[in-house]
Design a protein around this ligand. Structure first.
Ligand SMILES: [Zn+2]
Length: 271
């Protein structure tokens, strides 16, 4: 099986990948509470698994390498449950910026930031908005459960999407790390996700930050009792296929169109 993990490779192998214009996946995740039954590394472990599987699937169409997971994410909302490590927005932004700039200095030009933690979504997009106009590289950001939302909706029984420490995450962890999942009393952990619909909302369509205990007593949002290893394997596979297809699609990386007309065409906007 082709090696796709940056940290397992030697410098000359990574220089060769840069020369081949390989895609780099930079996974970003979290270490945070995942209910009484899942380990704190859940988002980090799943982000790693999805990225490595996707890189292997894409490789024949487009060489791809997976950087080590940035486990330090934005998890302030989980702090009340303990077991959670979090960093500030400023630190997160500086960290992602520095790593992307390093990848570009090494010769990589197509970078996929692959996020596996809900709390990072808004910041990831902000960081890419800030960096894209000023860097000589194409930056794409994805949160895999959103990229393959249709497949997840088909596979899940009680949920329509990923919650937290839920049917989806518990299933995928059963497929990756079965020894770390406490399955002794999953039925007692299930929470109705409906209460979470307004977790980060105010008014009809406005935003309000809230801590996670606003929507759950035990740190779980969803139905871990519906989890199964087979379902988890199918979800990981669907995620890998979705990301691999996006990586291999030239449209993902093609330069933006420039539809400016007579008089302004050719005026530089990236200096
Ligand atoms: Zn999670």
């Amino acid at each position: 099986m082709v090696e796709v993990e940056w940290s397992r490779m030697k410098a000359q192998e990574l220089r060769a990948l840069a020369e081949q214009n390989a895609v780099v996946i930079l996974p970003i995740a979290s270490i945070e509470q995942h209910g009484p039954h899942l380990p704190t590394m859940t988002d980090t472990r799943l982000g790693q698994e999805v990225a490595v599987r996707a890189a292997r699937k894409a490789y024949d169409r487009r060489p791809t390498v997976v950087a080590p997971v940035v486990w330090s994410g934005l998890s302030e909302h989980h702090m009340p449950f303990g077991g959670t490590l979090t960093i500030s927005h400023a630190t997160f932004r500086a960290l992602i910026r520095d790593l992307i700039q390093t990848l570009i200095r090494l010769g990589f030009r197509d970078i996929l930031v692959s996020n596996s933690h809900g709390g990072n979504i808004i910041a990831m997009q902000q960081i890419l908005d800030e960096l894209a106009p000023e860097l000589d590289a194409t930056l794409v950001g994805t949160t895999y459960p959103m990229e393959v939302a249709d497949a997840f909706a088909d596979l899940l029984e009680d949920q329509t999407m990923v919650g937290h420490a839920c049917e989806a995450e518990t299933s995928m962890m059963l497929a990756c790390e079965p020894d770390l999942v406490d399955t002794s009393d999953l039925a007692s952990l299930t929470n109705d996700m409906a209460g979470g619909v307004r977790f980060l909302k105010a008014g009809k369509a406005s935003y309000r930050w809230r801590p996670f205990p606003h929507m759950t007593a035990n740190g779980v949002a969803g139905a871990p009792e519906k989890a199964s290893l087979e379902k988890g394997e199918a979800m990981l596979e669907a995620s890998a296929v979705g990301l691999a297809d996006m990586i291999a699609d030239p449209e993902t990386w093609v330069a933006p169109s420039d539809m400016r007309g007579e008089g302004i065409a050719g005026v530089p906007f990236r200096t």
